[in-house]
Design a protein around this ligand. Structure first.
Ligand code: GTP
Ligand code: ZN
Length: 198
């Protein structure tokens, strides 16, 4: 899914976006007909479709496609899941790592589906808070587990390349349901995501 270019570009959309990119590049003072820029509008159009392909994906379907009845009821954690998203204010990247946990209640989910859910919500115009919450809600609604926890750490290019120009600030967001509202369970999760056990 994330690597399949053919899936994410549509000819009509590419043509339209490409025209817009030509105008933008010209407006910036460049010569869009020079050799190095000849194919840039089309490349940029395809890249932007790739970066926003999450609009075409359905997180709940992805999770439902690999749910298995299982009696396991301890915490399952998938941590250090890297992601790239686009901030909806400046259309510049923000990127980092997500840590997700859930405590099953009768059903477990195929592990790869957790990073796939992150792709669904990261590959669109976003804010970090909503990204965190959408991942949480998709898992909560579909698996109906005893609890879900999501922590996201990210760097925002709009705060690095421009604006306030802070190079090392990291933004952390978190959201919890059910059992993770209890301090003991939440602390166990936070301890495990910060440990170096591999
Ligand atoms: N809460 C939140 N804010 C974000 C996120 N991504 C970017 N922002 C912020 O969105 C805000 C937009 O503020 P504005 O004042 O409208 O835009 P601006 O003039 O470009 O702001 P500066 O970045 O401060 O130069 C900025 O403070 C950004 O840092 C995000 O994921 N969550
Ligand atoms: Zn921004």
């Amino acid at each position: 899914m994330p690597h399949d270019k053919a899936l994410v570009t549509d000819k009509a959309v590419t043509d339209q976006l490409s025209d817009h990119y030509s105008s933008i590049i010209t407006e910036l003072g460049e010569d869009v007909s020079r050799d190095g820029l000849l194919k840039t509008p089309v490349r940029a159009a395809k890249a932007m479709q790739f970066l926003t392909q999450g609009y075409e994906m359905d997180a709940e379907n992805i999770l439902r496609s690999a749910m298995f009845a299982e009696d396991y009821s301890e915490m399952v954690i998938v941590k250090d899941i890297e992601f790239y998203s686009l901030c909806e204010h400046h259309v510049l990247p923000f990127f980092g790592r997500a840590h997700v946990a859930y405590i099953p209640d009768g059903y477990i989910v195929g592990l790869s589906k957790i990073p796939r859910v992150i792709e669904v919500f990261a590959r669109r115009l976003q804010v970090q808070e909503r990204l965190t919450d959408q991942i949480l809600q998709a898992i909560h609604t579909t698996l109906n587990p005893l609890g879900v926890a999501v922590v996201i750490e990210a760097r925002h290019m709009c705060m690095m390349m421009r604006g306030i120009q802070k190079q090392s600030s990291v933004t952390t967001t978190s959201a919890f349901t059910g059992a993770f509202k209890s301090e003991r369970t939440r602390n166990e999760f936070l301890k495990l995501i910060t440990s170096n056990l591999h």
